[in-house]
Design a protein around this ligand. Structure first.
Ligand code: SF4
Length: 216
């Protein structure tokens, strides 16, 4: 098990993330709240690249919650078929659009409690939406954040909830930046398989580097 990051390590990590990823945003492509929420729902267990291939045709055919709320399930499934869990995702986004039409006058709510009542929107999806749309001071833990938090000794929890709680406690502010930073850092540097330790700026504070071949 990796050691815990010290206060000094945490400051070093924060500084690196704030400088390097200050302007980072999601790699999902969207033009408005409706498109953002759907892209986040579709990205569960699916790559952002794949979602970005799927969504242009979906948004062209169904440009808003009204059109999607009355869409044919079979036609939506057809548009989503290259996405993982497309059957459920198709049902969920139609139901989500119906709820937004029925309860929120076609406007996606910017409120965690209201968001998680929508079909297909869990705690993580709601937080990612608030982080991206509003720069909310929230942490959302996906597979990249989970891995990076462990490797850097920022968190030791076994569940997403535990990791989120530990990260919020340690990082405190600018959580939206740290979330985006850890996603991108995990995706391109501290990858699950073959992390790029040779080109990693966090080698001095990493608690896992001994497990990977730095200098090889
Ligand atoms: S040194 Fe390697 S394992 Fe540690 S944070 Fe950097 S890329 Fe990840």
């Amino acid at each position: 098990m990796p050691k815990k990051a010290t206060k000094k390590d945490i400051e070093f990590i924060k500084e690196h993330f704030l400088v390097t990823y200050n302007d980072a945003v999601t790699e999902l492509e969207y033009k408005n709240d409706y498109e953002l929420l759907i892209a986040i729902i579709l990205s569960a267990q699916c790559t952002d690249k794949r979602v970005n291939i799927i969504t242009p045709a979906l948004f062209q055919k169904y440009p808003d919650t009204l059109s999607l709320s009355i869409a044919s399930l079979e036609e939506v499934k057809e548009l989503l078929k290259s996405c993982s869990f497309f059957n459920n995702k198709a049902k969920n986004i139609i139901k989500m659009a119906q709820s937004v039409e029925d309860n929120y006058e076609s406007i996606i709510p910017h409120d965690i409690k209201q968001l998680i009542k929508l079909s297909g929107v869990g705690n993580k999806t709601a937080k990612v939406f608030m982080i991206e749309a509003d720069g909310a001071n929230l942490m959302a833990v996906d597979t990249h954040v989970f891995r990076v938090a462990h490797r850097l000794g920022l968190a030791s929890g076994k569940t997403v909830e535990q990791i989120e709680e530990q990260l919020v406690k340690k990082l405190k502010d600018d959580l939206h930046i740290f979330h985006q930073a850890m996603v991108l850092f995990g995706r391109y540097v501290c990858k699950a398989v073959s992390p790029d330790c040779n080109n990693c700026a966090l080698v001095p504070v990493c608690k896992s580097k001994g497990r990977f071949a730095v200098g090889s």
